[in-house]
Design a protein around this ligand. Structure first.
Ligand SMILES: Nc1ncnc2c1ncn2[C@@H]1O[C@H](COP(=O)(O)OP(=O)(O)O)[C@@H](O)[C@H]1O
Ligand SMILES: [Mg+2]
Length: 293
């Protein structure tokens, strides 16, 4: 039986095999190569606000966490708590109002091929390009590889997501799950430092969703990539995550970090208990509706 999950308050930072509580500001920010324990991604005190014509919307408030190489790091929180906002900031598509985000010690200022996003929507693919062309496209346009090498690498990743037979098919002929597989292959083919996944399976039917989760874990077993995965589903977080960050409802603040999630135990009593605990933590502050008299 795997050891139980360890839950820690927001001060916890990852340590080998569990949690280590450290005082604020004690995690180093030296050059990325100097310290193998340096986080790959370092998010510190990140507040993100949207200025609309009438309002200032605070999407996240002083969120901080670290992602280490090989983590399956899940950000879990209810709809509207700023998960997508946070992911877009890591992607470099928007800048924090306060705080900073560093990848390998470097401040993130703009999007780059070291961070590739996979979204929920099925229309991420170019409809006029085949599966192979879709996967090879960013490899070519970013100058990562020349045409032939790009095609070869694209085919490798298409194989990995079990779509070889569909390499020359167009997106409109594929199911939602297959389209997501192509989007994942395209992102992984870029071999980014960190894969950013924004509820990638949320629009799929329940059975396909479970299968895609299994496939993602199998891919991770094969390649050991680093993924920052956003979801509002507690069971999905427990299944996918090696570590989970809980965000409170709007505006998103860190509620807790779970630094040791048992793998492959999602149907166990232990996972159910963890799920209940997470649920209680997420919604502890919410006022219950008064029952009818
Ligand atoms: N472009 C925007 N302009 C104004 N407010 C926004 C914008 N995008 C998101 N928000 C607001 O920011 C908050 C967080 O949104 P989002 O990051 O999409 O949450 P989540 O992904 O967790 O559902 C929400 O209140 C949302 O309405
Ligand atoms: Mg979202």
């Amino acid at each position: 039986m795997a050891s139980g999950a360890t839950l820690a308050s927001k001060s916890a930072l990852p340590g080998a095999g569990g949690i280590k509580t450290v005082s604020a500001g004690s995690s180093g920010r030296a050059a990325a190569d100097a310290d193998p324990n340096q986080p790959l991604l370092d998010v510190r005190g990140v507040t993100i606000q949207y200025k609309t014509q009438r309002h200032l919307v605070t999407a996240t408030y002083r969120v901080g966490f670290n992602v280490l190489q090989g983590d399956r790091f899940v950000v879990l929180g209810p709809s509207g708590c700023g998960k997508s906002t946070l992911l877009k900031a890591v992607g470099g598509y928007l800048q924090p109002t306060e705080g900073e985000i560093r990848l390998k010690g470097e401040l993130i200022k703009k999007p780059g091929p070291d961070r590739i996003m996979v979204f929920q929507e099925f229309d991420q693919l170019l409809p006029w390009k085949t599966v192979l062309e879709n996967v090879a496209f960013p490899l070519k346009t970013t100058g990562t590889l020349h045409a032939k090498a790009a095609q070869e690498r694209a085919m490798d990743y298409i194989k990995m997501v079990n779509l070889s037979k569909f390499a020359h098919s167009y997106p409109h002929t594929l199911s939602g799950g297959m389209k997501q597989r192509v989007a994942i292959a395209r992102a992984m083919a870029m071999e980014p430092d960190i894969l950013l996944m924004d509820e990638p399976f949320a629009a799929l039917d329940a059975l396909t969703r479970v299968r895609m989760q299994d496939e993602l874990l199998a891919l991770w077993d094969e390649i050991r990539f680093t993924v920052l995965f956003v979801t509002h589903s507690i069971p999905e977080a427990i299944k996918i995550g090696s570590r989970i960050l809980l965000l409170s409802p709007h505006p998103g603040q860190v509620k807790a970090e779970i630094n040791s999630v048992p793998r492959g135990q999602e149907n166990s009593n232990e996972a159910a208990a963890l799920g209940r605990e997470i649920h209680e933590m997420l919604f502890a502050d919410q006022i219950e509706e008064a029952p009818n008299a």
